[in-house]
Design a protein. Structure first.
Length: 216
């Protein structure tokens, strides 16, 4: 990769169901990029900007029935607009690589496949707030639902609204992420998240070496 290309920020997203290890892997990736001389920022959705973090509390706290899937989608895209405008786009414009724990594919999986909102409607909402903006690379961390939910329960002091939703919901989520990965192989890479943290990390680095020509 030439120096001119390196000067432009890249947007890398990590996706997957509950307990897949996205936050851990995002932090490890930012550490490696930084050691390699690439200015990198870790962020998350929903959240990543003051307004978006306020909306996050509405989404992840409370009873699972607090919102229906369409209301969730509207809240998520409002948070995403704030996140893009205040954090992601300025960082990319400055040449920073942005590593994001969840992005638009989570909306498709959670509110679409999981909640039943028509996928075309979710795509329309995305175009309204983000135009044709998409990640340069999406890493989809996949593992069986039982393993993911056990990990999520073990790590947290309390369950989020989404972790409280039933097994069928989480199976639909997994199917959704797998279909997203299969449908967009140029953008998405499917990562087996069942192994040790170090093994998943190396699989992610292999994808960055292959797709961006980085010496990590």
């Amino acid at each position: 990769m030439g120096q001119e290309e390196l000067s432009r920020g890249r947007f890398i997203t990590l996706e997957g169901g509950e307990g897949a290890g996205k936050s851990t892997q995002a932090a490890l990736l930012v550490e490696v990029l930084t050691r390699s001389g690439i200015h990198a920022l870790k962020t998350r959705e929903p959240g990543g900007a003051p307004g978006a973090e306020a909306i996050r509390k509405l989404l992840v706290e409370g009873d699972p029935a607090r919102w229906d899937a369409l209301a969730e989608a509207l809240l998520v895209v409002a948070a995403r607009r704030s996140h893009l405008r205040d954090t992601v786009w300025p960082a990319l414009d400055a040449g920073t690589w942005v590593v994001c724990d969840r992005f638009a594919d989570s909306t498709i999986a959670y509110q679409g496949y999981g909640g039943g909102v028509p996928l075309a409607d979710l795509e329309t909402l995305h175009r309204i707030i983000a135009g044709d903006f998409r990640p340069d690379l999406t890493l989809i961390l996949d593992l069986p639902v039982d393993i993911g939910m056990a990990r999520a329960t073990a790590r947290a002091g309390h369950e989020t609204r989404f972790e409280k939703m039933g097994r069928d919901f989480h199976e639909r989520l997994r199917r959704g992420f797998l279909e997203i990965a299969a449908g967009e192989p140029k953008r998405c890479a499917l990562i087996d998240a069942q192994g040790r943290v170090s093994e998943v990390h190396q699989a992610i680095l292999a994808q960055l070496r292959s797709r961006f020509g980085l010496a990590l």
